[in-house]
Ligand binder design. Sequence first.
Ligand SMILES: [Zn+2]
Length: 485
Amino acid sequence: MAEDKALTPRSEDFSAWYNGVVQRAELAGYSPVRGCMVIRPHGYAIWELMQGALDGMFKATGHQNAYFPLFLPRSFLQKEAEHVEGFAPEIALVTHGGGKELEEPLVVRPTSEAIIWPIMADWIQSYRDLPMLINQWANIVRWEMRTRPFLRTLEFLWQEGHTAHATWDDAQRETLLILGLYRRFMEEWMAMPPVTGIKTEWDKFAGADRTYACEAMMQDKWALQAGTSHNLGQNFARAFDVKYQTEDGAHDYVWSTSWGVSTRLVGGLVMTHSDDTGLVLPPKLAPIQVVIVPIWKSDDDKGRVLDAGARLAKNLDADLRVRFDDRDTLNPGAKYYEWEGKGVPVRIEIGPKDLEKRQVMAVLRFSEDPKARKFAIAEDEVTARIPALLDEMQAALLAAALRRREENSYRGVTDYNEFKKIISSSGGFIYTGYCGAEECELKVKDDTKATVRLIPDEDFASDEVPDKCICGGPAETEVVWARAY
Ligand SMILES: [Zn+2]
């Protein structure tokens, strides 16, 4: 039975641990197609909660959802030179359809700029049509060679925003609005606080003027690029001839942005909070927030605890996502094992002794103080207390993730030997001065596998930045280095 199989501890093999957590929580499974994954119901339920929260934030800021085709003619992709070059190695091409060779092969979208802009060109006539704020929830395909569930798969789910504006300033404002929105979602919902900033010139999205990113620290101190927001300038508007009539009657190309987060966030959630027992979920993204497990030995007890459990479930159900686990095919221990592995934040146990004492036992999936995980709650206080416990756990998870990020961030590093020592021992985010040369990064990557994650924005920049790069050259800017997924 799976029950006997312990997870590989994080400290021993983080990657094996990750796969174990995903399996035990039944988030995803492997598919007959190499590199593709099956998202199982529990994993999909987490994604749906993420979608709901993000979709609400997009709509609250004036964006609308639409849907564009899965295929794009190959010639479309070729219109923006950097874009096609950037995506060429990852393209899946359809050459046959209906038993015949196609006149023009179709690309399965790796991202949708090249199909959306030719269409939006027809939607946009004048400045009155701007800004155009569109989002799409969709699947995309990138032919990745090395894949891992949620983190990197051939096909994945995401949202991609595509917006058009009258000025560079407007497009830049939108790019930063979305970056801030992603950061807020990651902090408030995922309890996964990212560092935000701008990517280096060679690390930008193919075809963008500027790429901004959220980089979150996982428990192994590696960075996960969790979301990106691009100011595309007029590059795509020029490539696809997207013009509008300005207020004074002239014609100009629109300024555009694109931005996205994907099911990769589910992987980030796993790697931020989970422990050696299995999945840990922040309550806001837990498909089941409270599980009630009745405990009985005699038939007489059974009737009474089932009644009490059902009553409590009904009381909590109005505001929370509750599961009353009254299955009599599993003993309580097996149920605890299952729900802990699936990351349910609060477990309520009700046995005959609890009924006598007019109380229930609460067990928290996560607490900063391990000794405070299990305690009794008086029967008449349960409905008021549980929502507060969930809020506290949400806050405690964010605090723990923040503390871990800060404890493993190193600022003002100038000595390359010290840099190498940090990367090869504890790992972490290392803030240094940077000369700006790509070759410098390549050498560091060669030596240590660490890369420049981003140039930190004002919320994360150090008060004092060394005037030297770790290569010894003069520093142009500050950057954050880390090993990354
Ligand atoms: Zn350098």
